[in-house]
Design a protein around this ligand. Structure first.
Ligand code: NAD
Length: 498
């Protein structure tokens, strides 16, 4: 590529990016106002497909976090006393506004996160649905009334908003991980402060603007973007007014925050890392299993907590599965997320590429065979090609750590017991996938697997109406469904007689 061509490309890229970003806020949202950070600091947001800066965003400090808690406190009584129907109408309006702005939001997500536009569009629909779901659920917490079995008194149970909530979200689903917390928190009557990931602050701020447009009262949701995640979140968790932490991110950071939250015994909902096994039995429908594998592995370019991390395939179907998966993976078109033909975008950072490559090299050193891909793409951007590794040894690092990239690691097995043992041999327990035409076997295995969710003959399980969450070190609590609302409510029992 000649120099002038590169210059033209950069020029037209800047024009596209500028047009998408022009209407996105880049400041903190505190008390209903868009404001710069105390001290005026800002940080750059980069496009992972080329590393170029696309925006400069306010870099919130501890003082800004405390200002945000002040604002959440100032509106807390008003918001908890607002009739649930009014809160619900506001959330329903957000749902519609998100759909009205769907294409712009999808482009913004794709630009700052790198994911392919079809993935970004799917995320916007999924994210918007949390507003509709919790608009509907928020009016259905009427409480319970009954008699104590011994006859001594009546039991009245009221569900009260838990109080000010701190919401911390990752970069991999910058819209959906935010709305999955904001919608139930607001529906329950809690005011909150959102701290999005520094890699993808623009989407969170854009969602903030939608809430403001929908009539959100000042201070009910505040957003603090920052590069100082540790001190900022810690300061909020040590503030006496905060009652709730809802965190989505890695298990390593989750452990730190659980320790921080322990000081004041703050209620914690933790959506942490995964290491999903994808089990294919000999009697599975091969077409279905490969199609499901592509969704479970490649949705979001492999950067999903639900991503199939370990494929365990029974010996009789093993070679055919590896062959078909390799064909599908190698036919994916790789490029910048916004490019119309792209099916797989870049990873989020250079560090992510290094991690994927380290895991691949370790697996190969332990005997794995590269069927396709296997090397970072040279040149600009953080690209890793779709990769299939066969004959992966179960004690490879790739079978123990989250890959978070487009690498499918496949291992053969012989018996059902062996598959269950391999699947459960991890500290994680978020999600698993089982493919078999024998439904009795599939359900039996689903029951024995230690994970909060199981896809049976399905590569996608996420749904706002279902309780999403993990067992073991994949988390505590659930998001989505009615369960997701209960995370922001506390039951109050009143004993009385009349
Ligand atoms: P991460 O843990 O590095 O960061 C998550 C959030 O925590 C970000 O906002 C980050 O700025 C903040 N953070 C980082 N260090 C912190 C600290 N010391 N104190 C306070 N906050 C801190 O995770 P990530 O790289 O952004 O996201 C990927 C991880 O998230 C993966 O492990 C993935 O499995 C997990 N995830 C889980 C779910 C789920 O529902 N279980 C969903 C999406 C992602």
């Amino acid at each position: 590529m000649g120099v002038s061509q590169t210059a033209r490309d950069i020029e037209s890229f800047c024009a596209d990016a500028a047009a998408i970003i022009a209407s996105a806020p880049v400041d903190l949202l505190v008390g209903g106002k868009w404001t710069g950070a105390t001290g005026g600091n800002r940080f750059d947001v980069a496009d992972p497909s080329n590393g170029l800066t696309i925006a400069s965003v306010a870099d919130g400090a501890v003082a800004d976090a405390i200002r945000a808690i002040d604002a959440a406190e100032a509106s807390a009584t008003m918001w908890r006393q607002t009739p649930s129907r009014r809160r619900s109408d506001m959330l329903m309006c957000c749902h519609q506004l998100m759909l009205d702005r769907a294409e712009w939001l999808a482009q913004l997500i794709s630009l700052e996160n790198g994911k392919a536009l079809p993935d970004a569009r799917a995320e916007v629909t999924y994210a918007a649905e949390f507003f509709r779901w919790y608009a509907e659920e928020g009016v259905r917490t009427l409480g319970d009334i009954g008699h104590a079995p011994g006859g001594a008194n009546r039991i009245l149970v009221q569900y009260q908003p838990i109080g000010i909530a701190v919401l911390v979200t990752p970069w991999n689903f910058p819209a959906a991980m935010a709305t999955r917390k904001i919608a139930p928190a607001l529906a329950a009557g809690c005011t909150c402060v959102l701290k999005p990931a520094a890699e993808t602050p623009l989407t969170a701020l854009a969602i903030g603007a939608i809430l403001v447009e929908a009539g959100l009262p000042e201070g009910a949701l505040n957003i603090v973007t920052t590069t100082a995640a540790g001190p900022v979140v810690s300061a909020m968790l040590h503030d006496n007014r905060v009652r709730k932490l809802s965190f989505t991110g890695s298990t390593a950071v989750g452990r730190i925050l659980l320790r921080e939250a322990a000081n004041r015994v703050i209620s914690c909902s933790m959506e942490l890392g995964g290491n999903a096994p994808f089990i294919v039995f000999d009697d599975a429908d091969l077409d279905d299993a490969v199609a499901g594998a592509m969704v479970a592995k490649m949705r979001n370019g492999g950067e999903a907590c639900t991503a199939a991390n370990r494929f365990y395939v029974q010996r009789g179907i093993y070679d055919a599965f590896v062959r078909r998966l390799t064909q599908e993976m190698s036919s994916l078109s790789v490029g910048p997320g916004l490019q119309a033909t792209t099916q797989l975008g870049p990873l989020i950072t250079a560090t992510a590429v290094e991690k994927v490559d380290r895991l691949l090299k370790d697996a190969v050193a332990r005997g794995a065979r590269i069927e396709t891909g296997g090397k970072p793409r040279p040149g600009e951007g953080f690209f890793y090609p779709p990769t299939v590794l066969a004959d992966v040894s179960p004690d490879s690092d790739i079978a123990k750590e989250e890959i978070f990239g487009p690498v499918a690691a496949v291992t053969p097995f012989d018996t059902e017991d062996e598959a269950v043992r391999l699947a459960n041999d991890t500290e994680y327990g978020l999600i698993s996938y089982v493919y078999s035409s024998d439904l009795r076997r599939a359900l039996r295995v689903a029951e024995r697997i230690e994970s909060g969710m199981v896809g049976v003959n399905r590569g996608l399980v996420s749904d706002p109406a279902a309780p999403f969450g993990g067992m073991k070190q994949s988390g505590l609590g659930r998001e989505g469904g009615h369960h997701g609302l209960l995370e922001y409510l506390q039951p109050k029992y009143i004993a009385t007689n009349w």
